[in-house]
Design a protein around this ligand. Structure first.
Ligand SMILES: Nc1nc2c(ncn2[C@@H]2O[C@H](COP(=O)(O)OP(=O)(O)OP(=O)(O)O)[C@@H](O)[C@H]2O)c(=O)[nH]1
Ligand SMILES: [Mg+2]
Length: 377
């Protein structure tokens, strides 16, 4: 997939974390932020932001000619419509943005269907408002919808959702078979997981990029987000995932999980943590990451904690924070810098070691079982 970047002006809260996360989300959806406008509160005004701010945004649009305005919140369709009319440019709100990311990342038929369903739910929520406005005669022809057309539009969305749900059921059965085959193919799968902006893609590029430099043949692109890499002689499949995002609306959770489907058959999960952030942030993100991972029933023994961005802090600080998270007693913790390459080789070794121990563990289990059977028999 070629990175064709669209330009966007970002409207968000004047909080560093909010700005950082919004930029990272925009980036994942393929937008380059050309300017940021902050607003302390999303208001009930005509535009979702104050009149003055809206004028400011309008001027920026005229100057910078972005493709869209990203509104890092959920606003009412009328507000969206008003702001779009004022600035003469399309508005992408936070939910739409997240849906666009999922859409780009959906690699299986199932996740594609899940995402289409979520998109319909997004449209449905807005259709309700559109229909209400059309009925009340408040805004006849709003979004090009007359009174009767609105009913048809609404019905159409429901029909499409029903068709998709049927397709999804079929796909689930089919995939179950497929996954069994995939497990049998025998290559261990290592999945990167973690909060958005933790550095998964940077680490993915580092790990695959180095493999590429040493041997072109072993660098196989399976999809944009899965690659076979060589760990000093052992081949594994490495796959990047969509980052966990805070404030994910309930109706998107299925779509989100379907993009993380790889976690269910991962031999190993690299849980990437941005250890350079304040401990409260680190802890909050770590807890919500674990919640998600637990949903996929990944046992603790299959997790390597990658303390990333250690170049922005010290090794002592990284270990100190890991101690506070209560993960130091496992041996599967390693500070790295995906940016500078610090400890990347050690990480590869650790991946090999853990995979090897697991194999041995499984052999031991099989042996134990056999012994038990022999004793019984
Ligand atoms: N200083 C420093 N910055 C890093 C490191 N790793 C990643 N970054 C930066 O952190 C930001 C986010 O990195 P990504 O690799 O896109 O993060 P991600 O986890 O893939 O994020 P999502 O795809 O949104 O879930 C980028 O600006 C990176 O350059 C690191 O080791 N050190
Ligand atoms: Mg990424």
């Amino acid at each position: 997939m070629m990175a064709f970047q669209r330009k966007a002006i970002l409207i968000t809260y004047p909080v560093d974390q909010a700005i950082k996360e919004a930029i990272s989300l925009a980036d994942a959806a393929g937008y380059e932020i050309v300017d940021t406008v902050t607003q302390r509160q999303i208001t009930r005004s005509r535009f979702g932001i104050g009149r003055g701010k809206a004028e400011e945004v309008k001027e920026l649009v005229e100057e910078l000619r972005p493709d869209v305005i990203i509104f890092d919140e959920v606003i009412k369709p009328t507000q969206m419509y008003n702001l779009a009319s004022l600035c003469k440019v399309e508005i992408v709100d936070r939910e739409r943005l997240i849906l666009e990311i999922f859409e780009r990342r959906a690699s299986t038929t199932e996740s594609q269907i899940q995402i289409k369903l979520a998109q319909l739910r997004y449209d449905m929520a807005r259709a309700r408002e559109k229909v209400r406005l059309a009925r009340a005669g408040e805004q006849p022809g709003f979004y090009g919808l007359g009174k009767y057309e609105a009913d048809i539009y609404f019905l159409d969305i429901r029909k499409r959702a029903a068709v998709l749900k049927k397709k999804l059921e079929k796909e689930e059965t089919r995939r179950q078979l497929h996954r069994n085959q995939r497990t049998r193919a025998g290559l261990p799968t290592v999945s990167l997981a973690g909060y958005t902006s933790a550095g998964k893609t940077t680490l993915f590029n580092k790990l695959t990029g180095e493999a590429k430099a040493t041997d072109k043949q072993i660098f196989i692109t399976l999809s944009t987000f899965t690659r076979a890499i060589d760990l000093h002689g052992d081949k594994v499949l490495l796959n990047d995932t969509v980052g966990f995002i805070s404030k994910l609306p309930a109706y998107m959770i299925d779509a989100f999980k379907s993009t993380l489907d790889e976690l269910t058959y991962a031999s190993l999960v690299l849980l990437v943590i941005d250890i350079s952030e304040p401990i409260e942030e680190v802890a909050r993100k770590y807890d919500s990451s674990l919640d998600v991972i637990n949903e996929f029933k990944v046992p603790a023994t299959k997790i390597i904690h990658v303390l990333n961005k250690v170049d922005l802090t010290t090794i002592e600080d990284a270990f100190d924070k890991a101690g506070q998270l209560g993960i130091l007693d496992t041996k599967r913790v390693i500070p790295v810098s995906a940016k500078t390459g610090y400890n990347i080789n050690q990480l590869k070794n650790l991946i090999r070691t853990v995979l090897f121990e697991m194999e041995k563990g499984e052999d031991a289990e099989v042996k134990e079982e056999r012994v038990e059977k022999e004793e019984q028999g």
